[in-house]
Design a binder for this molecule. Structure first.
Ligand code: AMP
Length: 217
């Protein structure tokens, strides 16, 4: 499958992408994960991106497009991809359109995960993430606990709160989403690719997406 997951921070894009991948050979591409790994590794990209990320602002479009152009060339993208957190602005969506045309690839669907604001705020403040860049499993201090000593159940690495999940950064990220990313809903509506899903159940969301793109249940 070749799909885009749209939705505010905390709407569940990462969780849905991982669930979709389990039943399909498509790869999850999360620009947020790529950037966090670059920050951790202290690369040039990481150094450029870190300040924006900590403030809850978007990293410049040119940097993101450089990352994505090279990411799409990697062989694992051939079987399909689930874009999680990209595109985030109209210029990114326009560049993506040109890039996919150049690569002769067509999107199957753009999913807009429409989750109430109260649920989003609650999820972001209670979310914890595995610190292993290869894993990044998502936990929740109320509904999906790590081990008793705070380790990831999949890989055993410490489970932590993301640096941009302080109250101040969350408020800024939601503001940025409304200003810069929400206009993509209309963009993809006009492209005839949009499906809005109003649900907080991952099972239900995954099954709607699979049905939409012609995979069973
Ligand atoms: P995420 O994990 O998708 O919430 O992304 C975390 C942070 O990485 C965002 O708050 C941005 O600072 C940055 N980021 C991730 N994806 C993008 C993107 N497509 N465009 C610009 N900045 C991004």
């Amino acid at each position: 499958m070749r799909i885009i997951l749209l939705g505010a921070p905390g709407a569940g894009k990462g969780t849905i992408a991982k669930a979709l991948m389990e039943a399909d050979s498509s790869v999850q591409i999360s620009t947020g994960d790529i950037l966090r790994n670059a920050v951790k590794a202290g690369t040039g990209l990481g150094k450029e991106a870190q300040g924006y990320m900590e403030r809850g602002e978007l990293v410049p479009d040119t940097l993101i497009m450089e990352i994505m152009e090279s990411r799409f060339q990697e062989p694992d993208c051939q079987k399909g991809f689930i874009l999680d957190g990209f595109p985030r602005t109209i210029p990114q969506a326009e560049s993506l359109k040109l890039l996919l045309e150049k690569l002769n690839l067509k999107l199957d669907l753009v999913v807009n995960l429409d989750v109430p604001k109260a649920v989003i705020l609650d999820r972001l403040t209670t979310r914890r993430t595995c610190s292993n860049p290869e894993c990044q499993e998502i936990y929740n201090i109320r509904s999906k606990l790590p081990t008793a000593d705070g380790k990831c159940k999949k890989c055993g690495s410490p489970v932590v709160q993301r640096d941009d999940e302080t109250e101040e950064a969350i408020t800024k990220r939601l503001e940025t989403y409304n200003q810069k990313t929400a206009p993509l809903i209309d963009f993809y509506l006009r492209e005839g690719l949009l499906k809005t899903i109003k649900s907080t159940s991952s099972e239900e969301i995954v099954s709607i997406i699979r049905r939409e793109i012609g995979l069973s249940g």
